[in-house]
Design a protein around this ligand. Sequence first.
Ligand code: ATP
Ligand code: MG
Length: 252
Amino acid sequence: MGLEVINLSVKVRDKLVLKNVSLTVDYGTIHAVMGPNGSGKSSLAYAIMGREGYEVVSGDIRLDGESILGLETFERALKGIYIGMQDPPVVPGVRLSTLIIAALNKRSGEVELTKIRNPRVVRDMNVVASGIGLNIELLQREVNVGFSGGERKRSELLQAILLEPKIAILDEPDSGLDIDGIKKVAEYIGDLRNRGKAVMLITHYARLLQYVKPDVVTVLLDGEVIARGDSKLAFLVEERGYNEVRKMYKGA
Ligand SMILES: Nc1ncnc2c1ncn2[C@@H]1O[C@H](COP(=O)(O)OP(=O)(O)OP(=O)(O)O)[C@@H](O)[C@H]1O
Ligand SMILES: [Mg+2]
């Protein structure tokens, strides 16, 4: 059980950006999705979240065996799917701490979205923010307004941890991070797995995967799955490049 993508084809405007893609992300595992620029990694994440403009033309997406295709994005989020976006949007007028509290309240059925019901939430926010190297002052700032690239990435990870999703889709959580940041982020991603979450980890490079070993690696090229394997595949990609890997796997 977990997340299943089954023979999924997705169109953006008139372009087919995913072609017959299948993959499974089980609970307690990390599934890395690699691929060059424009191969469809973010489109896959958006299609799973039901983002407008990413039209599923065939196939299915299932959470715990049930199709989620008919659900709105917010309903998918309430069911426990979280996406840490590649380029997180700025949300002027909303504090980061308020966003997190409102999301937690919405899920628990609380109507007063900004009410702090449990003081532990505030403590947890500070502890986790410090742990991942995010200055806790940023919790009081408007979401991503003036955040540096690395701060945005850390802010997305903070939410992935605090919102306790079942499925965490992290789109290049390592981009723009310094080496200490990468190690720290890797540690927390490993922790998500240890706590039984299903993690889809989108990344270009094997660098992050040195610090957090994925259970499964899927490689996309031009919207198609060209290879699947264990963590060794990530290093093969780094060593040989995507086209070479495609030839190797096609020949296999
Ligand atoms: N909203 C959109 N409008 C137009 N084209 C899009 C849109 N979203 C995706 N595409 C196109 O779909 C293809 C796949 O894009 P996608 O963002 O999924 O790639 P990616 O693998 O995430 O790349 P990167 O590594 O650069 O983040 C690209 O050719 C891109 O231009
Ligand atoms: Mg992308």
